[in-house]
Design a binder for this molecule. Structure first.
Ligand code: GLN
Length: 281
């Protein structure tokens, strides 16, 4: 009888997997996937590199490495992503929260005041709404999405984090009455359908609905939002939206065309204009 193949050590498994993975952080991804399989921290992997994976763990690790190798985002494989220090559940029904969206949260927090009616339009995981709620307990935070699957994820996140956000199934701001809101924030889709970025690692597996904005410039969703936000906001209320790194000037003009004032953009950590704001007169 031949001897059974020896089981893989943790450090060997990570080294082998890192060689196979795409993207900018193959080793980190290999570590995070193994920590997920072994239900331990990354640190535990480093303190016990000599630990061995059993047969079932090896098979599960191989399966996840294979999926990551074919471009599935790490966040979908482990089921979570951190945003604004909140651990959020994610699934292929929602866009993976991105660090640049924290720029929008920062801008919105400066505008938050107790008692405000705040709406996050097209909430996905609930990331923006939940981040704002975690910073301001008074007033109401509502969030819309047209996707029931997305709302189920967002609602689950709110419950787990014990944050009071009301989720509504709606097409952007369609359900709200004129002049009732104080702050409207959104990270809508804004990518042009033909943009090769949509086929890149990770992005290719995310919902098109959350990425592609419509129109030749990708800005149809933002156009609709700007008009609708103007209708729903009270006098003095603010609108803030994320957009592509090269769309700030066009979005500022859209806001001015809809009679918003105090229109300006904010840069993300990479120094790119990522967020544009305007105030309803
Ligand atoms: N910033 C994201 C990306 O470049 C897109 C997010 C969005 O469309 N709202 O992949």
């Amino acid at each position: 009888m031949s001897a059974a193949r020896p089981s893989l050590r943790v450090d060997e498994a990570i080294a082998a997997a890192s060689l196979l993975l795409p993207g900018t952080s193959p080793r980190l991804d290999a570590e995070l996937l193994l920590a997920h399989i072994l239900d331990c921290s990354r640190t535990a992997l480093f303190t016990h590199p000599e630990n061995r994976l059993d047969k079932a763990q090896q098979a599960r690790y191989r399966a996840l490495i294979e999926r990551r190798r074919h471009g599935e985002p790490l966040a979908y494989l482990v089921g979570t992503r951190e945003f604004w220090s909140l651990q959020l559940d994610v699934s292929p029904a929602v866009l993976v929260p991105r660090p640049e969206t924290e720029t929008l949260v920062e801008a919105a927090i400066e505008l938050l005041q107790p008692g405000m009616m705040v709406v996050d339009a097209g909430t996905g995981t609930g990331a923006i709404a939940l981040a704002l709620r975690s910073e301001q307990d008074a007033g109401r935070v509502l969030a819309t999405d047209i996707s029931h699957a997305a709302l189920a994820i967002a609602h689950g996140n709110a419950r787990r984090l014990d944050l009071d956000v009301t989720f509504v199934c709606a097409d952007w701001l369609g359900v709200f009455v004129a002049q009732t809101l104080d702050l409207v924030v959104s990270n809508p889709p804004y990518i042009v359908a033909a943009d090769p970025h949509l086929e890149t690692d990770g992005v290719a597996h995310e919902p098109r609905l959350a990425l592609v904005g419509g129109g030749t410039d990708g800005l149809d969703a933002i156009r609709k939002l700007v008009v609708d936000a103007h209708r729903c906001l009270r006098s003095g209320g603010w609108f803030a939206t994320e957009h592509g790194y090269d769309q700030a000037e066009t979005v500022r003009n859209l806001l001015r065309d809809s009679r918003f004032t105090e229109v300006h953009s904010r840069t993300d950590l990479a120094g790119l204009e990522r967020v544009t704001l305007g105030r309803r007169t």
